[in-house]
Design a binder for this molecule. Structure first.
Ligand code: NDP
Length: 287
């Protein structure tokens, strides 16, 4: 058996087309959605992420403003910029690229972004809303994962869902979104004993660990939906996921590739959140 590949690149292109149309409608109604992306320091991977986000905004017709600050920027200086962006009328979404230099507290920065401009959904207010299942913004990566599962045509309701990883940006919110769709959710992490006992029972398996190819085919239930969030470089420098694609594809029913799975969906959900932020602040209803 060979799994059906869930093509994140194609799905992202489809959703971005709709975002582009809605952005054009909103712009002609007088409000052009705008995103500010803040980069502190010169981490090469972060620079690439920021460049990709900017290009995706431009492609969709969304205004994008980039603020690049030196690594020596103090927390107070960054907060000053955040407060300026909070008050900027043409900016509907603010994204601060992680990681920040160690002298800046990411939590403090996140908590100072206005919840209605928090398109990453990291502010405690938005995290709380996700917890109670009443949200405006969904965190980008988990939201992208839900779209990929939907694309596979598999209903989450009643399914055994296993999330490997419990970070605040992926694993935890992912579990909440699967729970909202009536999945029976188990969260695994680095202290989980006998990980394979859990993963082998998963009808839907989402892996967000950050360890190259750690989930092998023999840890997967035959026919399962396998979503690989991981982005790692293997010993040859090749981009690989947390799932060993070569063995997993013979067992899973559906699988996302790396690259071309979750990655393109994450940026797409950022665009969607920016559009939503503009819609909410302007009271223009795109429905
Ligand atoms: P974190 O490092 O914040 O979290 C990793 C999680 O994995 C932790 O909860 C940790 O457990 C758990 N873990 C570590 N080792 C094991 C193990 N041996 N067995 C089971 N669980 C383990 O990572 P992120 O959540 O931020 O990211 C995870 C991966 O997803 C990374 O590869 C990252 O690059 C990628 N990513 C991809 C995105 C995309 O757009 N495609 C977006 C965001 C992330 P514990 O809590 O106990 O330490």
């Amino acid at each position: 058996m060979s799994a059906i590949i869930i093509d994140g690149k194609a799905l992202a292109a489809e959703i971005r087309e709709k975002i582009k149309e809605d952005t054009a409608r909103m712009t002609s109604a007088g409000i052009r959605p705008g995103l500010a992306v803040v980069l502190v320091g010169d981490d090469p991977a972060s620079k690439v992420y920021v460049r990709n986000k900017k290009a995706a905004c431009e492609e969709a017709g969304i205004l994008s403003e980039e603020y690049t600050l030196p690594a020596s920027t103090s927390e107070a200086e960054l907060l000053e910029l955040i407060h300026k962006l909070n008050n900027k009328k043409d900016i509907h979404g603010i994204l601060v690229q992680a990681p920040l230099p160690s002298h800046i507290n990411f939590k403090t920065i996140t908590e100072n972004i206005l919840p209605e401009k928090d398109v990453d959904a990291f502010h405690p207010y938005n995290v709380g809303k996700i917890m109670i299942g009443d949200f405006d913004f969904l965190p980008c990566t988990p939201a992208g994962v839900m779209e990929l599962i939907k694309k596979a045509g598999v209903s989450v309701s009643g399914k055994n869902c296993v999330v490997v990883g419990r970070s605040n940006i992926v694993g935890k919110p992912q579990s909440m979104l699967l729970l909202k769709e009536n999945g029976t959710v188990t969260i695994c992490h680095s202290k989980t004993e006998n990980l394979a006992d859990f993963t082998k029972k998963a009808d839907i398996l989402v892996v967000a660990v950050g360890r190259a190819e750690m989930i092998k085919g023999d840890m997967i239930k035959p026919g399962a939906v396998v979503i690989d969030v991981g982005m790692n470089r293997n010993s040859e420098g090749k981009l690989v996921g947390d799932v060993d694609f070569s063995t997993a594809k013979d067992v899973a029913g559906y699988i996302t590739p790396v690259p071309g799975g979750v990655g393109p969906m994450t940026i797409t959900m950022l665009l969607k959140n920016t559009l939503k932020a503009a819609e909410l602040s302007s009271k223009i209803d795109l429905k």
